[in-house]
Structures are given as C-alpha cells and as structure tokens.
Design a protein around this ligand. Structure first.
Ligand code: NAD
Length: 476
C-alpha cells in the first residue's frame, strides 16, 4: 500500500469490482466464486549468500482457474505482500478476459530489493524461488505461466525457464512454462516493448472515436498532445518512446524515483533513456529542468497523464489537483478507488489498467502459442506472400507498359508492398487488433448503458460477464 493511499490496493480492486457487480444480475454464489482468490502459496526459502543464509519470502497467487493455464507476472520489490499479489492476480483474471487471452489470473512476488544483489546472487535466488514453485506446479506450461513484472525482465525469465527444464528434462513444451524470455531462449519478437506498445495502440484507438475524445475535453489526434509519464522503466520508456517518435506527441515531463524532469517543448526520450541507463535515475539530466518534489509534477497541466510506475500514486491527497483530462493507467492500480471517484466527479476520463496495460499479457499469449507450436510466426508464409505480391506488381507494370503508360510502380511502393510480414510485424498486428477490439467492447458498454458512467466499470462488466459465462459453461 502506498503511504498516501486511502485503502489497500486489494480493497481498492474489491471496491471497483463491487461497483461493477452491483450493476449485474449474477447469482450470489457465482458472484462470490468470481470475487475470491482461489489460493495463495507462500514460501520462505533460504539461500547461502555472502557467507551466510538469507531467508526470502515469495508468493504465487491463483485468482481464477476458469481457464488454464493461469497467467501473471512475478514482481521483485520490497513492498511485495500477500494482499498486493492477490489484488494483482484478480486484475489478471479480468484483464485476460477483457483482451480474450485464454488464461485464468495469477500473480507472483518476491520480497527483495533486486538492486541490493549482484547478478549471480539474483540468479541463485531466482532459481531457488522457481524450484519451489515448479515443485508445486505453480510454474508449468499447461497450469501456471509467469511473466515479467516490476523488478524482473528477460534475464529472470530465462533463469526460470532453464530451471523448469532442468527439473522436467523430457517435457517437449518446457519453454512454454514462462513468457517474456529472451529471443534466443524461446522468446518472441516484440515482447519487451509490448506493454508500452499496447499503451500507444490503446491511445490511438481512443483518438479514433471523436465522441470519446470530446468527453475528455480534448480534440484532434495524438499529434502535439502534451504527455506526462511517471515511471521510466520498461512500460513508461516504451510508451513515451513510441508516442513521441511515431505519433508526434510531446513528452513534457518524466517522473522517476529520484525526481522529475520537465520541458514544455518535449523531452528527447532516447537521450533521457541513455542517461537513465548510465546514472540510474533522472537527476542530473541536463536537457530538462529538474524538479526535486517528483510527485508534484503529476499535477502539472497536460493533455494525457500516464502513470507507469506503481500502485496508489493518485490518491485522495492529490486527486483534486490532477489537471490531466485523460489518464491512461499503464501501471496496475495507480489510482485508488477513492481517487477514482474524485476524478470521475471532475470529468476526468480514465482508460483503466485492466485494458491499458494488457499488451504484455497479449504478446505473452503469442509467445506461449509460439513455444507450443515450436515454430516462429511467419516462417511458413512470409516468402510465399512476397512471391504473390511480386507476381501482382510485375503484372501491373506489364499492363501499364502494354497500355503505353510510361510510369511504373514506384520503387518505394514496391519495396513496402513486397515485404512479407515477419514475426515482429505479425505480433504488432495481433496486438493492435486485440487492443482495438477490447476497446470497442468496453466503449459499447460505456455508451449503451446509462448506469455505466466510466470505462473502468465497463471493462469490469465485459470481463466479469465473460468469466461468468465460462463458469456457466463448465456447469458451475
Ligand atoms: P520497471 O521496474 O521496469 O519500471 C518501473 C519504474 O518506475 C522504475 O524505473 C522505477 O524507478 C520507477 N518508479 C517506481 N516507483 C516510483 C514512484 N513512486 N515514482 C516514480 N517512479 C517510480 O517496471 P515495469 O515493468 O515498467 O512496470 C511498471 C508498472 O506496469 C507496474 O505497475 C507493473 O505491474 C505494470 N505492468 C508491467 C507490465 C510489463 O510487461 N512489464 C505489464 C503489465 C503491467
């Protein structure tokens, strides 16, 4: 729980769930089945490091098994606790349902400050944690498939996959036991960028609907929009990078753990990223003004606010002062339930976490499918597609010549048209489709029901209805 938070993250998720469920007509028993977290496993294990035994506490929580495997990241942070893991597992259930990835919800966490340990120590700790989870089928290609979250990334996922393989030497699908792996260890193109890319696709889809844009008191497209990003890690960096480079939005402030940097003309994201990689924070970055009191930067004038750090950062203490008319929750649970009510009253449009950051799990789904099919996407059709395009281009050029037209298809068009889709193009296309489709389901509920006042409630309604359907089909 954030120090400024009114209630715990879990209570916040519960409250938002309740608001939605009150608008539904589910039997009480089914409602309770969907609400509760099925199981949480707590493990305390020792690892001999630096000459003595250190005990670590970890969790893996399974919220709902209406579909299996269950899916959800593993977080490394000192703040990890059972409540948080369970709240995040519940969000995973609804997120997967909303973007139609065929998984139940799960989440894991280890109470650790990864910065305090050297790489080989972290590997020992991760392998031991993975061992404990694999032993209980809490990591398993057909039962429970983790992914990265705060404090973990490709490196940890590769260790986990290898640990599973060592313990299951004849499992032909072993690589599918975890997603977010490096490409050379069974990963997929576009997974690292996926959550940030999903934020970009979500915003693009939002701006395709002028009716929704005007509800946020905005107009036009993403071009020139002033954006504030909190958290410059995997999600925040990629979102800021794509939005500034490809949609011409202006990132006017970046908030990090050690302060914030502000430039009304727009920050050069690549330069900032190089600086942060070298110095571990934004303090000292010369090309923008530094603000010591980082949190106050959340309250600056802007068009779009992207909290991409952690939960509970927008709370009753600052919600009144947030000026952004549009907030897209890249982090999980950045707005507490009370703050959400305050912002709604003020007319702020919130694109909820459950939808906004679903890019990660969507591409994880593609990676899992790739691992189970043992072939990279595009390998069979790419050259055939190029050959067919070549045939068409040649025929058009021949017809133009035969008709006495001197012009031929331009080389830039021909090059772009001939290029068959590789894995990255296919992953981006699948992600874009998933983000667009899910948004359309949400907005349909948002606009068609007078009792649904916001996108978050709409997201919960769509997701809960799908989970309920799944339980009904199972005969529960
Ligand atoms: P990360 O560890 O790569 O980056 C988080 C960044 O936020 C770090 O740079 C950290 O210094 C900064 N930060 C932490 N607390 C802060 C604070 N109070 N103020 C300002 N900066 C702060 O983590 P990430 O993977 O980018 O995840 C960020 C959020 O996105 C989390 O809520 C996570 O659950 C969510 N998320 C991540 C993914 C994913 O694929 N990585 C997918 C879905 C959701």
């Amino acid at each position: 729980m954030s120090t400024n938070s009114d209630i715990s993250f879990r209570d916040s998720v519960d409250q938002m769930f309740n608001q939605a469920i009150n608008l539904m007509d589910l039997p009480a028993g089914l409602e309770e089945k969907i609400r509760v977290c099925n199981a949480t496993y707590t493990v305390r294990f020792g690892v001999r490091l630096r000459g003595s035994i250190h005990t670590f506490t970890g969790y893996r929580s399974v919220h709902s098994e209406h579909m299996e495997p269950v899916k959800g990241g593993i977080r490394y942070a000192l703040s990890v606790n059972q409540d948080e893991v369970e709240a995040l597992a519940a969000l995973m259930t609804f997120k997967c349902a909303l973007v139609e990835t065929p998984f139940g919800g799960s989440k894991g966490g280890l109470c650790i400050d990864p910065k305090q340990w050297k790489e080989h120590e972290l590997e020992q700790i991760t392998r031991r944690f993975a061992y404990e989870l694999v032993k209980r089928d809490l990591i398993h290609p057909s039962q429970n498939v983790p992914a990265p979250d705060m404090g973990t990334g490709e490196r940890e996922m590769a260790w986990i996959a290898d640990q599973y393989q060592r313990m299951n030497t004849t499992d032909i699908n072993a690589k599918a036991c975890v997603t977010g792996k490096p490409l050379n260890a069974g990963g997929i193109e576009g997974r690292v960028e996926a959550t940030g890319r999903g934020i970009q696709y979500a915003l693009r889809e939002f701006f395709r609907h002028p009716e929704d844009v005007s509800l946020a008191k905005l107009e036009g497209t993403l071009d020139g929009k002033k954006i504030i990003v909190q958290g410059f890690g995997n999600v925040g960096f990629h979102a800021a990078n794509f939005l500034s480079n490809e949609d011409n939005a202006k990132i006017i402030a970046v908030i990090e753990h050690d302060g914030a940097v502000v430039d009304a003309e727009g920050i050069n994201i690549e330069n900032l990223s190089k600086f942060v990689k070298k110095h571990g924070g934004v303090r000292g970055f010369k090309d923008a003004a530094f603000v010591e009191k980082a949190e106050s930067v959340l309250e600056l004038e802007c068009d779009i606010l992207i909290p991409a750090a952690t939960e509970g950062v927008i709370h009753p203490g600052n919600a009144q002062k947030i000026k952004a008319p549009l907030i897209i929750e890249a982090a999980n649970g950045p707005i507490t339930a009370k703050a959400d009510a305050i912002l709604q009253k003020r007319g702020t449009v919130i694109i909820p976490d459950m939808y906004a950051n679903a890019g990660g799990v969507t591409v994880s789904y593609f990676e899992w499918v790739k691992n189970l099919s043992h072939i990279r996407f595009g390998r069979m059709q790419r050259r055939q597609e190029e050959a067919r395009h070549q045939l068409l281009a040649d025929e058009i050029n021949r017809l133009m010549r035969a008709s006495g037209i001197k012009e031929q298809l331009s080389s830039s068009f021909t090059e772009a048209y001939l290029k068959g889709a590789g894995e990255l193009e296919l992953v981006r296309s699948g992600l874009d489709d998933s983000m667009r489709t899910a948004y359309q389901f949400m907005r349909e509920t948002w606009h068609s029901r007078s009792d649904v006042k916001d996108l978050r409630t709409a997201a919960y309604l769509v997701a809960i209805e799908r989970v309920a359907d799944s339980y009904r089909t199972k005969g529960l």
